[in-house]
Design a protein around this ligand. Sequence first.
Ligand code: FER
Length: 252
Amino acid sequence: MYIDCDGTKLNAYLDMPKENIEKCPLCIIIHGFTGHSEERHIVAVQKALNEIGVATLRADMYGHGKSDGKFEDHTLFKWLTNILAVIDYAKKLDFVTDIYMAGHSQGGLSVLLAAAMERDIVKAIMLLSPAVMIPEIARTGELLGLKFDPENIPDEMEAWDGRKLNGNYVRVAQTIKIEDFVEKYQKPVLIVHGDQDEAVPYEYSVKLSKQYKNCKFVTIPGDNHCYDHRLELVTEAVKEFILSGYESRQHL
Ligand code: FER
């Protein structure tokens, strides 16, 4: 299935809960930098949500997975535009009652940004090891573990898998001020992060969790960036967060 984003085809997977229900909530799920929608931790979150009666819409972002675009040409602005198109698509689905969003790493950062823009539409967000340091390290010239002059951005950089990345990635990332977006989104936020993350330092999530007005923070002890050891703790946190939202609304 493809979602159109201004002529760019985004590969997407819509998965429904097992029970045959007429209407249900939907969660959009976004993968990370160099990732895609079929990664183990993305599929685990999809299945966990389907189990508790939430449909999921996983979308490959520009230059990733089976979507259009070259990896080297992707930027956070392109991903943001992609997510806005995915939300527009979700809004048109008849069965959808509420829209949630979840994102891993750079997908978590992108969901954080999109949620602020769509704060009237998106009911709650789940940020899994969100790569919120990207704008800051783009400004200090330390992205991808490479040092560069942030005032003279190289035309091309190399990602850790050897693929090239256009300097425009850095130019875009430098402009983003996370706080502006965090301030704007006051609905429930779940942050999940492994305290042995090798790619995105755990401390960034500790700080972020204090900046959000309405945030639950779950530490995955001993785990890394893609939860190789305790993935079940991530899926449990996701289910618990969504179900606790249902319960609190029933008491209103
Ligand atoms: C970086 C560290 C982490 C970086 C990107 C990430 C582009 C993102 C990781 C992910 O999405 O899994 O320096 O630079």
